[in-house]
Design a protein around this ligand. Structure first.
Ligand code: RB5
Length: 159
């Protein structure tokens, strides 16, 4: 798969670990940075990765910030993105199998390099199961469409 990775300044080393793990699994990884010592606000790179995945230029995205929280919130603002922040492999795997997550975020101040590699591996080797989960993921996609309707029609009644 084509994977795009990015972080803020807090996540540089862990991003390298995760990108390396993805490459070991045979994936093609594009690393958007930042370089060590370069400051980047997490919403900038969260949105960048989100837009590239949503546009179909990459299949999946990897994100890292201090907690994984801020950068995943930013990515989730992009229509079509289902970003998850995970600190253990079980949630990472289930987020692929049940939620069809397309961006994985990890916190560099939360998780060490070995665990981050396990989380990345669990996420990248799991596949979406479809079936009843597809209907639920569609309900999430409907929320994206509703949000756009809210923006376009500010006086739309709240249900
Ligand atoms: C940066 O200091 C820190 O706030 C950021 O990496 C992240 O943890 C935000 O959610």
């Amino acid at each position: 798969m084509r994977i795009v990775a990015a972080s803020d300044h807090a996540g540089v080393e862990l991003r390298h670990e995760m990108a390396d793990e993805a490459r070991l699994l045979g994936h093609e990884v594009t690393d958007l940075g930042p370089a060590p010592g370069e400051a980047v606000d997490y919403p900038v790179n969260g949105a960048r990765v989100g837009r590239l995945v949503a546009a179909g230029e990459y299949d999946l995205g990897l994100l890292v910030c201090g907690t994984g929280v801020g950068i995943s919130i930013a990515a989730n603002k992009v229509h079509g993105i289902r970003a998850v922040v995970c600190s253990e492999p079980f949630s990472a795997e289930l987020s692929r199998r049940h939620n069809d997550s397309n961006v994985l975020a990890v916190g560099a101040r939360v998780v060490g390099p070995g665990l981050a590699r396990m989380i990345t591996r669990a996420w990248l080797t799991a596949e979406f199961e479809g079936g009843r989960h597809a209907r639920r993921v569609q309900l999430i996609s409907d929320l994206d469409a509703e949000r756009e309707a809210d923006v376009l029609t500010p006086d739309r009644a709240v249900k």
